[in-house]
Ligand binder design. Structure first.
Ligand code: DUC
Ligand code: ZN
Ligand code: ZN
Length: 462
């Protein structure tokens, strides 16, 4: 199959230019002006932007009680062609075994391409040995939780520290969920004792400085171990500044944020009739001051990537979140978001003048692909790369709604928000998957793509 996309404006992470793109099979084989190769199909993309399919480096399709890979067609409708899932580690299984187990749920079910981060939940004495062999198994990123006391997620600092010492020997990127789990647990208990059980107290129990304290600690651990670190879902000004300042001091310290932290405020958590539960995720969504700081950080490159932290709880609002009525600690964490990441970044970032179109492509596709070790196969439109391509209509105007959401949940955290622009066509490895926001592909055709070590967080690491 060959396809010629003519007359569009290609946006990359560094520039934009008018050119034609030739796709043969699954790859981009030529880019240039006035390409006249014959192709089986030609598309006129005049007036449209063309950019690489998104790489969402932060999704949950099995952890935290989330809905599985069968809903990744939602990501495609939202212009994301590759998702990188956090594979939960059941007790007794190694990281490689847990990734293999999670892959069983993805194979034949995922519509988008996918990769995995390891997630350390059962840190045994063998972990450090295993880290050395993860890259050869195609696992190059490992997540550690400093929060969720009382659950298998939370690990102690020594586990993270030892992993940092070993990971740098083979180019594995250590990712950290930075919140002080001990203090969160204590604050939660105090609040509940005082009868403060509504969803808004979820945010009160996890204030910015609880995140910043853990962020600083993680940075120090990385500094002592002399090893790169990626702080995931940075949500507040204080943490962002710690990441920014550490990097400015030439430390290999990097950060990511997620779309809901850029677009939703704490006011949502205070909505009446328990509706605030729809927005419960950790770390929590913050106030406008933090949103402003995060946009600045994204625009200036102090935070590298914007994931969705997609986590559509099985049961949704009515069947899962509502179970936390009377005690915010029992509200399952997570918001669906993979489908809306592009719309939110474009509408509230590019259209509002907060980020350039190049920065949009960078945080949406290119930088995430580099961080996780998928670049240059994913995250750019270049000869030799996978033909994961979005043809984007910047003139579309609409409203985000659960009615159009394919994530399998009964609500959308961004319900009613304005949307400018939408993917008119989305190609995954040369195959048309989406047309005018409708999934037209065959479900379950996504491929498992193994990641390579020495991702972006190792860029300046000697
Ligand atoms: N926070 C996480 O750390 N993981 C998934 C959901 C969430 O809100
Ligand atoms: Zn997390
Ligand atoms: Zn997450």
């Amino acid at each position: 199959m060959s396809l010629l996309i003519k007359n569009g404006t290609i946006i990359s992470a560094v520039n934009e230019y008018k050119a034609d793109i030739l796709i043969e099979g699954e790859k981009v084989t030529a880019i240039g002006t006035g390409l006249d190769q014959s192709a089986q199909e030609t598309i006129d993309a005049a007036g449209k932007y063309i950019f690489p399919g998104g790489v969402d480096e932060h999704v949950h399709y099995g952890s935290f009680g989330s809905i599985d890979f069968s809903t990744t067609n939602a990501a495609l409708v939202g212009g994301t062609t590759t998702v990188v899932d956090f594979a939960p580690q059941p007790k007794g299984l190694s990281i490689k075994e847990s990734v293999a187990k999670q892959n069983e749920t993805a194979q034949g079910a995922s519509s988008s391409d996918y990769s995995f981060h390891g997630m350390v939940m059962d840190p045994t004495d063998e972990l450090d040995e295993e880290i050395l062999t993860l890259p050869e198994a195609g696992i190059s990123t490992l997540k550690f939780f400093m929060a969720y006391k009382g659950s298998p997620f939370m690990v102690h600092d020594d586990v993270i520290f030892k992993a940092l010492q070993v990971a740098k020997k083979v180019g594995v990127t250590v990712m950290v969920h930075a919140e002080n789990g001990e203090i969160v647990d204590l604050l939660q208990k105090q609040l509940v004792q005082e009868g403060k059980t509504d969803p808004i107290y979820h945010a009160v129990s996890r204030p910015p400085l609880v995140e910043a304290e853990a962020t600083q600690r993680a940075i120090y651990l990385s500094q002592i171990a002399a090893s790169p670190i990626l702080i995931v879902h940075v949500t507040c000004k204080e943490s962002m500044e710690l990441v920014r300042d550490a990097y400015a001091k030439s430390l290999p310290v990097y950060g990511e944020t997620c779309t809901h932290y850029l677009t939703l405020t704490e006011d949502n958590l205070a909505k009446p009739d328990f509706e605030g539960a729809k927005y419960v995720c950790s770390p929590p969504i913050r106030t406008q001051e933090h949103l402003d700081a995060l946009w600045e950080a994204v625009s200036k490159g102090w935070l590298l990537a914007v994931g969705s932290d997609h986590c559509a709880n099985v049961g949704g609002f009515e069947g899962a979140k509502r179970k936390g009525m009377g005690d915010f600690r029992r509200i399952p964490n997570g918001c669906p978001g993979a489908q809306d990441r592009l719309a939110l970044l474009w509408t509230y970032g590019v259209e509002k003048g907060k980020i350039s179109r190049q920065k949009f492509v960078d945080v949406f596709a290119t930088a995430p692909a580099k961080i996780v070790g998928l670049f240059p196969q994913k995250g750019q439109i270049e000869v030799g790369s996978d033909a994961d391509i979005v043809i984007f209509d910047p003139n579309y105007k609409g409203v985000i709604s659960v009615k159009d959401s394919l994530h399998g949940s009964d609500y959308n955290a961004f319900e009613g928000m304005e949307q400018i622009g939408r993917p008119e066509k989305v190609f995954l490895r040369g195959k048309l998957m989406v047309e005018n926001s409708k999934f037209v592909g065959q479900k379950g055709q996504g491929k498992y793509i193994k990641t390579k070590p020495y991702g972006l967080c190792y860029a300046d690491f000697k």
